[in-house]
Design a protein. Structure first.
Length: 119
């Protein structure tokens, strides 16, 4: 069994300006995974920069609410929503609430900053 606490993970700002913590990633952890899991946080009124990944991504909203943009579509999202983002889709998310927007990012294959492009 492998267990890791979010607080053990160093916070950093990603290329799209989200605050991230890599919870599970095969480059950091002694486990063989075909995906990565990160915790993301966006402050009230802030939004990520439009970007695209070569990988498939899923956001799972833990707290807050926002507006999700994927290619030409937009939709309000809130706690307990899962958002599927196909590979090579232009995406960003905006926090529309008065509290932090917190979500999990699952990326397959594992997230790699070299495959993350600002558009």
């Amino acid at each position: 069994m492998f267990v890791k606490d979010k607080e053990e993970c160093k916070e950093f700002v990603s290329l799209d300006k989200a605050k991230l913590r890599e919870i599970l990633h095969p480059k950091n952890d002694p486990i063989d995974l075909g995906f990565s899991v990160a915790y993301a946080k966006i402050k009230p009124g802030d939004e990520t920069i439009a970007h695209k990944l070569e990988a498939t991504e899923v956001y799972y909203i833990l707290r807050g609410q926002g507006m999700m943009y994927v290619n030409e579509e937009s939709k309000e999202v809130r706690e307990w929503c899962a958002i599927y983002i196909p590979p090579n889709s232009v995406q960003h998310i905006k926090n529309t609430a008065d509290n932090d927007l917190e979500f999990i990012c699952i990326v397959e294959p594992p997230w790699n900053s070299e495959n993350d492009e600002i558009v």
